[in-house]
Design a protein around this ligand. Structure first.
Ligand SMILES: NC(=O)C1=CN([C@@H]2O[C@H](COP(=O)(O)OP(=O)(O)OC[C@H]3O[C@@H](n4cnc5c(N)ncnc54)[C@H](OP(=O)(O)O)[C@@H]3O)[C@@H](O)[C@H]2O)C=CC1
Ligand SMILES: CC(C)CCC[C@@H](C)[C@H]1CC[C@H]2C3=CC=C4C[C@@H](O)CC[C@]4(C)[C@H]3CC[C@]12C
Length: 867
């Protein structure tokens, strides 16, 4: 084993790697088991603040992934890898109870066997021995957040050859066991592997607490589940050099990968007498991938697994179970379902795999090269370009590193994943298209890599700070073409408004920004497009931070996710160019109608108006219809934006119709806004219809607002008909209000017929002109021919006979009340008013009246005149 000094001298000369912590507790000195939390101070690395949703996800993976592997095994073992068939017995069960489900689950488990356990642990110890004792170069990892650069023995390739030679030598050569050994014990091995995977997880968790290797590189979160899943220790070791992470990631599982494949291929040979070309191809592709790993093991020491991930369930169980059992699904499938590929298909899949591999390896090499040479190298024939960064380790020291910006690393930030995905797809395609199961791998890889991109981005942002932001500006794509074109950005925003369920415009902006994975660029685009103030961008960025921060309210996160999903669909639809004009027009309405949503995000009225105008200038719209629409949509805030824009030339008719719409809905705010719109017409349209609508809607405040119209657009006829309506409804406050604003005596007369008692009550209310009540009393006394009462009313002075153009006189004529007519004429005589005489005379002249009415009346008139 190398000594600490040897390690220092062997460390590579790159800017990164010649750093070993200068303090006494160097990388190889196992520190005490003090449980001191070293998370204080500035550092980067695994997340510490985790939200409930993340913890729940970790729990689900820990609880259910093992069963997923078992289910896949069962599907292959009992149903030729059909993923649906295993659940059919359960679905067809007569009754579905917990007991039935439990029995069904138990039946899917493989049987544990002693041989299975012996084989698994024999294998594990054998690999551990090779790892510990085979000779190898010393390679170095990347600097850890606490500032350690750890040495590793790189002997994987040798271990791979030794293992394969022994396996095939002993089985095919010496015939000590069948080469189908792995295949024969596959189910039992699965149980043993799971046993070990869980044990290793628990052990690593306890070790991290009790006897950690590098306490300063531990990370604790507030959740034991999260800590168990992603691990606490960064580089747990036994002794100085037995590194748990490199061993488990890079030995038992990966060495087994090709061996398992070979065992399955041999099983196929035993079963059908030959090995299909599909089996050969997938074996080759997997072998290239595995051998590449061992050949470049030194490079692997500076990938995320080794220099970022901590050692928990994810790697412990993942390497023990997931890797050997799920990464070999294709060969497992092909034993159960042999596939003969046509030559062109074979060649196409092989080409795709090799192309993917070429990309994968070239990209990884480019990064390796630039770091190794400290930037002094050529990429694609030109001097490499890079950003020289600085970062700080938790001991407070500053270090340098390079971020390559040319070659594939200038195309996207993870172009190696593109290559990896291409190989993975080729691996799946070797199985033809008979079943879903072989394609599980590409789906998993995609999810894994996307999730990895997110984690890596977060970590690198923490590590490099502004340098990473700068890098993001130079290399915009994270995977490939993951930013949408500008027109699509606009269209999405607008479409977001059309689909009300997309909730908030601003939220969409944020999601969109995240979807294009370049917040700053996207937000800037939106800001310029809609001429929004710079302030807006700041706010969006803050919210964006909130959205990605683990502390975000889970409800918000849910909404955010929904929006995200919707965006994906929308962005597809909106690639149709002819959708845009329509989208703009409709968007305007919706945008405006959702203005209160906008307000949620503190858009000022001014800003919103500018958004609206901006759309309008691109695609003119019918503002009259817009105003009516907004009133119908009962959106006062939006209306405010629209009606206060004097440039929009909204017609009077539209405003009055909108007022009616607002009255129908009893929307007071909208109504006040619309009522305040000044009219350009010298003869403004009446608001009688609106008043009637407000009465029908029983909205007192709206009625009052309309009655108070500062342009006095309600006529007396309008109030009359409104009163008639409200009397029918016997609505006292409403009727009183209308009378207070003035109605005709004819109207009072007619409503008196409908509801005399109600009319009394109404007229007795405070604030109602007392003349109305006197008039009604006069009418009633006249109706009852009670002349004394009428005289008293007239004497009390609440009313005169002149009211409403001598209405009492006309009514008395109509009802043929001789006594009352004579009373009224006497009063007129006293006041020297000749008009009532003329009215009576005219009536008698124009109407045929019975003598019993006419004669006493004429006689009475004569007597009054002669007095
Ligand atoms: N088959 C499988 O299951 C999987 C395979 N893989 C493959 O493994 C390989 C390694 O992948 P992975 O570890 O995820 O990622 P990378 O090898 O891409 O490593 C990412 C790290 O590289 C450094 N880096 C980022 N950008 C630059 C740059 N421009 N120039 C130089 N260094 C940079 C950063 O670390 P820092 O600066 O801190 O050194 C970053 O954290 C990939 O080819 C991937 O396809 C990955 C996952 C699963
Ligand atoms: C908990 C599970 C659902 C997930 C377990 C995941 C791990 C088994 C795998 C996560 C990352 C994987 C690897 C990363 C990079 C690699 C380099 C490549 O050249 C060979 C494969 C590999 C080592 C690969 C192996 C499986 C993972 C560790």
């Amino acid at each position: 084993m190398p000594t600490k000094n040897e390690l220092r001298s062997r460390a590579p000369k790159s800017a990164d790697a010649d750093i070993l912590p200068s303090d006494a507790k160097g990388p190889l000195v196992k520190t005490t088991n003090a449980k001191e939390d070293h998370q204080k101070g500035k550092t980067w690395g695994r997340a510490r603040d985790v939200d409930a949703w993340t913890i729940f996800q970790c729990f689900i993976v820990m609880a259910f992934c093992p069963y997923l592997v078992i289910y896949f095994w069962h599907a292959c073992d009992a149903y030729k890898c059909d993923l649906v068939a295993p659940v059919m017995p359960l679905l067809n069960a007569k009754e579905l109870s917990l007991k039935v489900a439990g029995e069904w689950i138990m039946a899917t488990f493989p049987k544990p066997t002693t041989e299975g356990f012996a084989l698994f642990f024999g294998w594990l110890f054998f690999q551990a021995a090779l790892y510990a004792f085979l000779p190898g170069q010393i390679g170095y990892g990347q600097m850890t957040p606490a500032g350690f650069v750890l040495p590793y023995v790189v002997n994987g390739l040798l271990a791979w050859f030794v293992t394969h030679a022994l396996y095939f030598g002993a089985s095919l050569g010496l015939g000590l066991f069948s080469a189908t050994l792995v295949y024969d014990h596959w189910g039992a091995l699965l149980i043993a592997a799971n046993f070990y995977g869980y044990f290793l997880t628990g052990f690593s968790y306890v070790k991290a607490h009790l006897f950690p290797t590098h306490p300063a590189d531990r990370k604790f979160s507030s959740s034991a589940i999260y800590d168990m899943f992603f691990g606490i220790e960064f580089n747990p070791r036994l002794g100085k050099m037995f590194d748990f992470k490199l061993f488990h990631n890079g030995r038992p599982g990966i060495v087994a990968w090709t061996l398992i494949n070979a065992s399955f291929a041999y099983a196929q040979y035993v079963q059908i007498g030959y090995i299909t070309n599909s089996m050969v191809l997938v074996n080759i592709l997997h072998a290239i991938y595995v051998l590449d790993f061992f050949y470049n093991e030194d490079w692997y020491l500076r990938t995320i697994d080794i220099c970022h991930d901590h050692f928990g369930f994810y790697l412990a169980w993942g390497d023990s179970v997931w890797l050997p059992f799920m990464y070999t699904l294709q060969t497992h499938y092909l034993v159960r379902n042999p596939v003969d590929l046509s030559l062109p298909y074979f060649c196409a899949v092989a080409a795709l795999g090799l192309f993917g591999y070429y990309i994968f390896r070239t990209v990884n090499n480019q990064k390796n090269l630039v770091r190794k040479t400290n930037g002094d190298c050529k990429i694609w024939g030109k001097p490499a370009t890079f950003i020289r960064t600085k970062f700080i380790t938790s001991d407070g020291k500053t270090h340098e590193s390079l971020l390559l910006t040319s070659g594939f690393w200038g195309v996207s930030r993870h172009f190696n994943y593109v290559g990896d995905l291409a190989i993975s797809l080729a691996m799946c395609m070797t199985c033809g298209f008979g079943h879903l199961l072989p394609y599980f791998y590409i789906v998993y890889m995609y999810i894994l890599l996307i999730q990895r991109i997110g984690r890596d981005d977060e970590r690198c942002r923490g590590k490099y700070g502004d340098y990473w932001v700068q890098y993001g500006k130079v290399v915009k794509y994270k995977l490939i073409m993951d930013r949408l074109p500008a027109e699509v950005i606009q269209a999405i925003l607008i479409h977001a408004e059309i689909n009300k369920d997309l909730l908030q415009f601003n939220l969409v902006c944020r999601s969109f920004a995240a979807a294009v994975q370049d917040t700053t660029h996207a937000l800037e685009h939106i800001r310029r497009r809609f001429q929004l103030p710079r302030e807006w961008m700041k706010r969006c960025k803050q919210m964006n931070k909130m959205a990605v921060s683990p502390g975000l309210d889970p409800a918000d996160k849910r909404v955010w996710r929904q929006v995200w999903t919707r965006l994906a669909t929308l962005s597809k639809q909106l690639r149709e160019p002819d959708q845009l004009p329509f989208a703009y027009k409709t968007a305007l309405f919706v945008l405006a109608s959702q203005a209160d949503m906008l307000q949620l995000f503190q858009f000022s009225a001014d800003t919103t108006l500018r958004i609206v105008q901006s759309i309008n200038s691109a695609y003119p719209i019918d503002w009259d219809t817009a105003v009516i629409f907004l009133a119908t949509a009962y959106n006062s805030l939006a209306l405010d934006y629209v009606v206060s824009n004097h440039l929009l030339n909204i017609s009077d008719t539209a405003i009055v119709t909108a007022i009616e719409e607002a009255a129908v809905g009893g929307q007071m705010e909208a109504l006040s806004l619309l009522l305040s719109c000044s009219s350009s017409d010298p003869q403004p349209l009446s608001l009688d219809g609106a008043l009637n609508q407000a009465v029908l809607a029983f909205k007192l405040d709206c009625i009052e607002a309309i009655l108070n119209d500062r342009f006095k657009r309600v006529t007396c006829a309008g109030r009359d008909s409104a009163l008639e309506q409200s009397v029918v409804f016997s609505d006292l406050p409403m009727s009183t209000l209308l009378v207070q604003y003035g109605v005709s005596f004819d109207c009072l007369t007619s409503v008196l017929y409908i509801a005399p008692q109600f009319v009394h009550q109404m007229l007795e209310q405070p604030g109602v002109d007392p003349g109305y009540l006197s008039y009604v009393l006069l009418l009633e006394s006249m109706y009852k021919s009670d002349c004394n009462a009428s005289r008293q009313i007239l004497n009390e002075g609440g009313i005169t006979i002149m009211v409403n153009n001598y209405a009492p006189v006309r009514k008395a004529l109509e009802w043929r009340r001789t006594d009352h007519l004579l009373l009224f004429l006497e009063v007129a005589k006293r006041k020297s008013d000749t008009e009532p005489f003329k009215i009576v005379q005219k009536y008698l002249d124009q109407n045929e009246t019975p003598d019993r009415f006419r004669e006493p009346l004429l006689a009475g008139i004569e007597a009054i005149k002669s007095k």
